[in-house]
Design a protein around this ligand. Structure first.
Ligand code: CO
Length: 264
């Protein structure tokens, strides 16, 4: 049986972070699942158009990737998102993938990073294993993307869990959802005496949001605003895909999707 794993990312136009995060995850999947062809698709039309304009070529979107696999005679196809939330991009992926199910003998779509409670525990454990614990006087602030979708509270649940596990110096903010940096600034004042802040993107890649909104030199970047509030700030420009423990969760989700295809 011809088998393929389609790894679906939002996408990025930053080649270096593409390589270190998305490509690293795809390479690891290819090594973990011998006998499965690993393919790439992006869900962001904005990124795909930008890449096509700039490079003259771009990865497939989901319908194009699945059409290609069907035409090449693949019979078992697992689709694994590298998305963080069960949000808009994942809904779009599911809606685009559903019509293709009848074209394959076996077909399954895996879950984003933060789906079940076990996923939150695994993600918290992976962060705690991958990063130094916040020291006395230090806070770790994670920049999530955030969304108007009902999945947005995922960031608060993960922060709450990290606090329960002992990382009371870890805080989440978002670019486009709740909490914003305003709430993070207030919590830094309320919760503990903090002098130093380490900023991390809580996104698969360290692309435009991490480079500009988080770590940029403009006065409204998180770095500038935290410095303006008196904190000494350092930025870690690494996507979640650069941490083996986080990649392992995505691969576990891919494996679970493959297993559902073969248990009936
Ligand atoms: Co964005």
């Amino acid at each position: 049986m011809k088998q393929a794993l389609l790894m679906v990312s939002f996408g990025t136009s930053y080649p270096e972070t593409l390589e270190k995060n998305i490509a690293a995850l795809e390479r690891e999947a290819a090594a973990a699942f011998p006998g499965w062809t690993v393919r790439r698709a992006f869900t962001s039309g904005m990124i795909l158009r930008k890449l096509a304009r700039r490079d003259g070529t771009a990865p497939d979107d989901v319908p194009a990737a699945l059409t290609r696999l069907a035409e090449e005679g693949y019979e078992a196809v697992a689709v694994q998102p590298t998305h963080i939330l069960n949000g808009d991009e994942y809904d779009k992926l599911c809606a685009q993938a559903a019509p293709f199910a009848p074209r394959f003998a076996r077909f399954a779509v895996g879950a984003p990073l933060l789906t079940t409670l076990e996923d939150y525990r695994a993600t918290a454990d992976a962060l705690m294993a991958s990063l130094p614990a916040p020291a006395e006087g230090e806070a770790l602030v994670f920049m999530g993307h955030g969304t108007g979708h009902a999945a947005n509270p995922a960031y608060c649940q993960l922060e709450y869990l990290l606090h329960d596990l002992g990382w009371k110096g870890a805080f989440f903010g978002t670019v486009e959802g709740y909490p914003t940096l305003d709430e993070v600034l207030r919590r830094l004042q309320e919760r503990r005496p903090v002098e130093r802040v380490t900023l991390h993107p809580f996104m698969l890649v360290a692309g435009d949001h991490a480079s500009n909104d988080m770590a940029g030199e403009e006065p409204d970047s998180w770095k500038s605003r935290l410095e303006g509030a008196g904190y000494s700030v350092s930025c870690v420009l690494k996507g979640l895909g650069e941490y083996p423990a986080l990649r392992a969760i995505f691969l576990a989700h891919a494996r679970a999707a493959m297993e559902t295809m073969f248990t009936d």
